[in-house]
Design a protein around this ligand. Structure first.
Ligand code: NAD
Ligand code: 13P
Length: 596
């Protein structure tokens, strides 16, 4: 096989398999003939056709005359020859591996729809992807009913065989840049070599080997596993190396190494590190040496197969799956640097919680990634406190997607025995939930700082969830209510309001106000988070700008009250009076004697 053929195989967007002696380890009509006790006679005719001595049509007619079979014969045959007994070795694995990569699989069969459909079903190939003629029956006087006299293909058919029809129609109907055809007979080779035919023809010689077909092929294989092994493996890269980025990369690195039954992922995972010095050494070097991010997720081994690099373009070079997990204020700058440098076949997934506010309005991080990198971007959101996931405590996440096939690959990248992943076709709600709950976490932190009990905290969280949903629906009317019940919705809200950094810093802010040494959020971020970033304050200001510009402040009293507390315009205990305090123009005695 040449480099060009290998490259085409790895680029293939669709693969069409011929049926007899390729997907099946028999010629189906021969097998039917054997079932009816007419094996040797039928095999002789089939051999003549395979060698090009008989036309496909002539051979078919001769065999059907020979078989002279009834519908009952066909049912009996299907009953005694279930798909598992007919499939060629390794074809199931190869088809699953192709489908796992989003490569569309088709079947082209000269042995009729009725005999092909059960095999298609066993291989999870939709019926719409099967090219085959139906059986044509003729009434007779026989007691067991009509006789099979032919297939529905007629003289006027524009293609000589179902295989040729498959190639021709796939070319006409779909803009596949690379189409591969896999077959074993002369008819298959002819189909692949149509004027506007397949880009590569792979001769499968595991059942029968026809020299002319092998000679005419780009690649000849005897084992489908070899074809699977040659498929491209998805390479994962992570942009970011903070606490959550590291905990997520640790799961991915484990999965690529130990939890990859379809062998679809490259073992090595690349991680971009915003370089800095830690104890006089470069952080990326420390990670590569110790396999640990000693600053952002100390004490946790990421995996020997994680390779850290401070070079952004090197990190995404050759990557097929790009995880984006940096504090949201840095994503725009990173996207600008990445523009034009990522593979257009890659897919992205954002783990970042936050949004961008531009003069023309808010922008989701996933939208920004999609616009700059020109690739699909899903999101992975959920109740995901980094340290808990790093210590393998059961957690869940939600993938919000627009392209299901991409979400399915991502689910296999991320899911493991302690990290359950669900998928929702609702990127906007999943991502906005992850963003907005950071504001409510600040509100919950104020409640904790003031030492109120669970009733108050629950009341604040309930109102927060309701404003989150209202805001999502106001900006993105297509969001689905169900999404708020996923991990990305109510579960993330609960986790963050009890165990997150925003809550922690907001509580500390209130407590500091009660002393002679009040502290700013910036001071507390530096003091308590050791380089990790607080997203809630920034998000609160960004969301408030949207509310202000649209005149919606009064409709979001909890968001508005929280923002005023964050900016020192209201004391923290105003949080319990959010219904009044969030109203514009409400005359609250600002920063009265008791600042809390
Ligand atoms: P982090 O807050 O732990 O660390 C901050 C990161 O920002 C560090 O890797 C630092 O190197 C990097 N950084 C600093 N300056 C930078 C710059 N100028 N450009 C680029 N990067 C810079 O990071 P994290 O926890 O991985 O958070 C990333 C995203 O994940 C955030 O949106 C956060 O809301 C979200 N998230 C975090 C958690 C969590 O538990 N930590 C959980 C779920 C989601
Ligand atoms: P904090 O940034 O408040 O820690 O929230 C983490 C998080 O998003 C958990 O899902």
């Amino acid at each position: 096989m040449t480099e060009d053929t290998l490259s085409a195989w790895r680029r293939a967007q669709a693969v069409c398999f011929s049926f007899d002696n390729t997907v099946t380890e028999n010629d189906t009509l021969d097998l039917l003939a054997q079932h009816l006790g007419l094996g040797p006679e039928a095999a002789q005719v089939a051999e003549q056709a395979a060698n090009g001595q008989l036309s496909t049509q002539d051979s078919l007619q001769r065999r059907l005359q020979l078989l002279n079979c009834s519908p009952q014969d066909i049912l009996g045959f299907l009953d005694q020859h279930p798909p598992a007994t007919r499939l060629a070795p390794g074809v199931e694995d190869l088809v699953a591996a192709l489908q796992a990569r989003g490569i569309v699989v088709y079947l082209a069969s000269a042995s009729s729809w009725e005999l092909t459909a059960p095999i298609a079903q066993a291989l999870n190939i939709p019926y719409a992807h099967v090219f085959a003629d139906g059986m044509a029956w003729q009434e007779t006087e026989a007691a067991d009913g009509p006789r099979l006299v032919g297939f529905t293909r007629h003289e006027a058919a524009s293609y000589a065989s179902p295989q040729a029809e498959a190639v021709g129609k796939l070319r006409d109907m779909f803009p596949y840049q690379t189409l591969a055809f896999v077959g074993s007979g002369t008819t298959d080779l002819e189909a692949a070599q149509l004027a506007h035919g397949a880009d590569i023809f792979i001769a499968y010689a595991g059942v029968v080997q026809h020299e002319a077909v092998v000679q005419g092929s780009d690649w000849s294989v005897r084992d489908f596993h070899e074809m699977a092994r040659m498929l491209k493996k998805h390479k994962v890269a992570c942009i970011g190396s903070g606490a959550w980025a590291c905990a997520a990369v640790r799961i991915v690195a484990y999965n690529t190494l130990h939890n990859d039954p379809r062998d679809e992922f490259a073992k090595e995972v690349t991680m971009w590190v915003h370089e800095e010095e830690v104890n006089g050494r470069k952080l990326s070097e420390i990670i590569n040496e110790t396999h640990e991010n000693v600053k952002y997720l100390p004490g946790v081994k990421l995996g020997d197969n994680v390779v850290a690099t401070p070079d952004l373009l090197e990190a995404v070079s050759g990557a097929d799956i790009i995880m984006v997990c940096v504090p949201h204020q840095f994503v725009h700058g990173i996207c600008k640097q990445l523009q034009g440098h990522v593979s257009q076949d890659a897919i992205a997934v954002s783990l970042t919680k936050g949004m961008r506010v531009r003069p023309e309005g808010p922008q989701l991080i996933s939208e920004m990634v999609r616009n700059y990198l020109r690739i699909d971007c899903s999101v992975l959101m959920g109740a995901n406190i980094a340290q808990d996931i790093a210590s393998e405590q059961l957690s869940e996440a939600t993938i919000g997607y627009t392209i299901l096939a991409n979400a399915e690959v991502l689910k296999r990248v991320f899911e493991t025995h302690y990290f359950y992943v669900t998928m929702v076709p609702d990127v906007a709600a999943a991502e906005m939930c992850g963003t907005l709950k950071n504001i409510v976490a600040l509100s919950a932190g104020f409640v904790d700082g003031l030492a109120y009990g669970p009733n108050t905290k629950a009341a604040i969280m309930r109102e927060g969830l309701q404003e989150m949903r209202q805001f999502c629906k106001a900006l993105y009317p297509t969001v689905r209510d169900e999404t708020f019940f996923e991990s990305c919705g109510v579960a993330d809200l609960i986790a963050t309001c009890y165990g997150g950094r925003n809550r922690k810093v907001a509580e500390a802010y209130v407590k500091a106000l009660m002393t002679d040494h009040p502290k700013t959020f910036d001071e507390l971020e530096a003091e308590l988070l050791h380089g990790q970033k607080l997203q809630g304050v920034l998000t609160s200001n960004e969301v408030q700008e949207v509310l202000r510009k649209r005149g919606w402040q009064d409709d979001y009293p909890l968001f508005t009250t929280t923002n005023r507390i964050v900016n020192g315009r209201l004391p923290p205990h105003a949080i319990t009076a959010y219904r009044d305090c969030g109203i514009d123009g409400f005359d609250y005695p600002e920063r009265a004697d008791n600042p809390t």
